[in-house]
Design a protein around this ligand. Structure first.
Ligand SMILES: [Zn+2]
Length: 267
């Protein structure tokens, strides 16, 4: 199929799609929507690789979510990465810090888990799929993540940072732009004013779109189970905010996504 859009972050392998996965994927194919299937632990990382191997418009991302409490099995991930090309792994994650769902006293565990995965990404030469979520009315996770990532970027300038589900403030976006990050804009942009303002500020060449399906559907599908093909609504909203032609924004974002994950979209 001709890829027109890449949903930079979704979970089509999650059980929410067990009843109709084939149909959802067929809809993606009809709309020219490709995606990166993201793991959150051992089981879902393995499933992400499996679904990526099955469809030529799906890639995989493997790693452990900060709120996932299982033991981090470094060898499992290293083994998957030994066949990086065959397993179509384009990033490490989703990993990072979450002080929204977990309290800050979980900081030490999360920091260790995060640093192990940063090292994996450095060693594999892959970008990081970052999940950074601060406590309400706080920037605690973003501040700590910035300090950690700044240190790594200094030592490993080639390490690329992709901020998944970025809905933080313009101020926080500015900080991460200093580290040359890219930003995955979710469907939330179709209804949250603060996110719209931040997107207005973001340079268009740093923007990617994502569904995070099955979660967080955009208007007009808000409240429903989300799916990768709904990113078209998100993209249209971004074009509206940027006062640019939708086709132009679509092409720019496609280019940004290919660069971020080193995707070859011509085959
Ligand atoms: Zn996710």
């Amino acid at each position: 199929m001709e890829i027109k859009y890449v949903d930079a972050h979704s979970h089509p392998h999650f059980s929410a799609f067990d009843g109709d996965r084939e149909e959802i994927i067929q809809k993606m194919q009809q709309s020219g929507v490709a995606t990166v299937a993201v793991g959150t632990g051992l089981k879902t990382s393995k499933q992400a690789v499996e679904i990526a191997k099955e469809y030529d418009f799906i890639w995989s991302c493997v790693g452990q979510h900060p709120t996932e409490n299982e033991e981090f099995d470094e060898n499992f991930y290293k083994k998957l990465l030994q066949n990086k090309t065959e397993n179509k792994i384009v990033a490490i994650g989703e990993c990072g810090l979450d002080f929204y769902r977990m309290e800050e006293r979980d900081k030490e565990r999360q920091t260790k888990l995060f640093e192990k995965q940063i090292q994996l990404a450095v060693d594999a030469g892959l970008p990081l799929m970052l999940h950074i979520r601060s406590a309400q009315n706080s920037t605690n996770a973003h501040d700590l993540a910035f300090d950690i990532l700044k240190r790594y970027k200094k030592e490993f300038p080639k390490l690329h940072l992709h901020m998944h589900f970025f809905t933080a403030s313009t101020e926080t976006a500015k900080k991460f732009l200093e580290l040359d990050a890219t930003f995955g804009i979710p469907g939330v942009v179709t209804f949250a004013k603060s996110v719209q303002e931040m997107v207005e500020f973001l340079p268009t060449d740093k923007i990617l779109v994502e569904s995070d399906a099955p979660y967080a559907a955009p208007i007009p599908k808000r409240g429903q189970r989300n799916e990768p093909s709904f990113i078209i609504y998100t993209l249209e909203k971004i074009a509206e905010i940027k006062k640019l032609d939708t086709d132009l924004v679509q092409m720019q974002i496609l280019k940004n996504t290919a660069k971020t994950f080193n995707l070859n979209l011509s085959d």
